[in-house]
Design a protein. Structure first.
Length: 284
């Protein structure tokens, strides 16, 4: 005759599989949300300089300013600015040995002189444009001008190696340290490349277009960590459930096992009623 049937393992296994699917779906969702929070929220990204609003050059770097705006910081490099004033006729320079669109020539540099609200004078160097070797640059514009361009840090003496001796009206680099010796007013420690030069000049691409700025945002980093903690918690619950479920099923299986076959009667055991056992009920 067939022995007693064991409890079916199908429902328990199906339950474990279902919980596994739910747990790992939750883990995947938490990991993805944490990664998204990390990528989109762990940094604050400012717009690249070229996409930021155009401001007056004095808002970025001010000539002789005692409040720190006399030095161009990295976040300001590449900002689009407006320079208002008049070109100083005392400064009409060329910077030779420059390359634009694979053509060798010179940058044409002027100095825009403007008045501060307190009546003081200040100057901002402007790279008006580029002319190829042998070409004549147009004269400085007369009267008030409003130049829109990209602000750049001053060039160092090692920017361009010396290839020949400088001629009259030529300088090696665009530097406030040189320009301030040519005029009697402060000069901003930066220069501006004109993005819309006058006829006869080619626009000079800014050497440093600037970059977007980033910084860590601890609040969003905490959000990302929170999602990953949830993922770990889901794995912990899943592991514990499978362990408890396996233990319960093993206990049920053990309880359902049939008893083993009886052994031979023990003739020395007076309490064994099986045949062959010693019956002491009539003993005197």
């Amino acid at each position: 005759m067939p022995g007693p049937s064991r409890p079916a393992a199908g429902p328990g296994r199906a339950r474990a599989l279902a919980l596994t699917a739910v747990a790992w779906t939750a883990v995947a969702v938490c990991v993805v949300l944490g990664w998204w929070q990390w990528r989109s929220g762990n940094v604050v990204v400012s717009a690249p300089p070229a996409q930021q609003p155009v401001v007056a050059v004095e808002e970025v770097v001010a000539a002789g300013a005692p409040d720190g705006r006399g030095v161009l910081v990295q976040d300001e490099v590449g900002r689009r600015v407006v320079v208002s004033g008049t070109f100083d006729p005392a400064v009409d320079l060329r910077v030779p040995s420059r390359l634009v669109d694979d053509a060798v020539g010179s940058w044409v540099v002027g100095l825009v002189r403007s008045s501060a609200p307190d009546g003081s004078e200040r100057g901002t160097a402007v790279v008006r444009g580029f002319v190829p070797e042998g070409a004549q640059a147009p004269p400085l514009p007369a009267g008030p001008v409003e130049v829109t361009g990209v602000v750049q840090p001053p060039e160092g003496s090692d920017t361009v190696p010396a290839t020949r001796a400088l001629g009259p009206g030529e300088v090696r680099v665009v530097s406030a340290a040189d320009l301030v010796n040519r005029v009697d007013y402060p000069v901003a420690n930066a220069y501006v490349t004109d993005t819309s030069p006058q006829a006869g000049l080619v626009a000079v691409p800014p050497p440093d277009p600037g970059q977007a700025t980033r910084r860590l945002d601890l609040r969003n980093l905490a959000y990302a960590a929170q999602w990953w903690v949830f993922a770990g918690f889901a794995v912990l619950l899943w592991t514990r459930f499978l362990r408890d479920d396996r233990r319960d099923r093993e206990a049920l299986r053990a309880a359902a096992e049939p008893a083993g076959p009886a052994g031979p009667a023990d003739p020395t055991d007076p309490t064994d009623p099986r045949p062959g056992g010693r019956d002491m009920s009539t003993a005197r």
